[in-house]
Design a protein around this ligand. Sequence first.
Ligand SMILES: *Cc1c(COP(=O)(O)O)cnc(C)c1O
Length: 427
Amino acid sequence: MITSSQLTSKEAIELEDKYGAHNYHPLPVVLDRGEGVYVWDVEGKQYYDFLSAYSAVNQGHCHPRIVRAMTDQASKLTLTSRAFYNSRLGEYEQFITDYFKFDKVLPMNSGAEAVETALKLARKYGYEKMGIAENEAKIIVANGNFHGRTTTIISFSNDQDARKNFGPYTEGFVSIPYNDLQALEQSVKQPGVVAFLVEPIQGEAGVNTPADDYIRKAKEICGQHDVLFIADEIQTGIARTGALLAVCGKCSCEGHCERQAATYTRPDLLILGKALSGGAYPVSAVLADDEIMNVIKPGQHGSTFGGNPIAAAVGMAALKVVSDEHLAQNARKLGDIFRAEMQALVDEFDILRLVRGRGLLNALVINDDEDSSTAWDICVRLKDNGLLAKPTHGNIIRFAPPLVMTEEQLMDCVRIIRETIIEHING
Ligand SMILES: *Cc1c(COP(=O)(O)O)cnc(C)c1O
């Protein structure tokens, strides 16, 4: 097939290696085109995408409705900055706050910026509404967290690669074990605690999936101690785990949760990114009610690109696709099938330890240690066999395909994974 690139894979890799900073270690595949669940490399080889750009491409690659919204807006008005109003932002803000049932939204671009925004909001709320003494605010986080790459965020990471030699670190964070309600109960009692920031499932940590009632009970504990509950749903949100948000639990609504829904844990601050644009554009957001959001006044926070008209148009289109195409329901159904199929492989092959996850955010844990190269080696073989996935740690493979996948495509992928495992065992 004809591709837009003149370069071979080898040449493209050499260019990145020579001229780009080495802050990633990609699988050796050079992608040139994508459509739905598929991507193609520069030589025209087709792959199933089982990473979905870390769950940014939930709606599938180059979704026509999202691309159209983006290109239409791009040819009309791209950026005004927030020094002026623009004709798309208000409409988007009304749409997204109605969609997730919060009073207000603060639009940003990258996920890390949205996390920073939530941290700043929580601190300011603590000083102005909770009576915390200046510079005494503490935010509780969980061990194994991943919330982005800024200096403040890596200050409360316990991943040595992420933090070492990037100090001095930002103060005011207390890290407790994940999925440990007792530790939370103890730590919220400390003076100065304003918020608990948590991922409903820790994606980067290896799809670390907590007990079913962890999030609900954690929110209860926060509520009892007047501590804000901040959900980082940048990776788990927007239908990925088989519900509109992972905090929705087993709720089966089609993206229009009522605030009172029995299984819905409503965060005080909700952080979204990634699939908020379907992977077309950097779009992130923090949602909260007036009482919290109104602590930010003009000049106190912002971003040149945050809330730009392209982002607004893309964000609306991306969320409409999620509900119109019932992606949460599809993720739930296919996720159940996928885990059952992977469990069968775990039972069959000693090299596989367990499968875990929810919806279409899953991980296969390999019987090897964290520093081994087994997961990487299997991912290279998967690539050769037409399926792209990326290890998190030496022994964990995350599987997160676009949510527009069909059952037939999923079963084809299960076949590829099974054959690849057998190939790996046989050397
Ligand atoms: C990806 C991710 C982030 C950071 O988003 P960026 O857009 O890469 O800055 C934060 N939190 C979670 C849970 C993520 O998965």
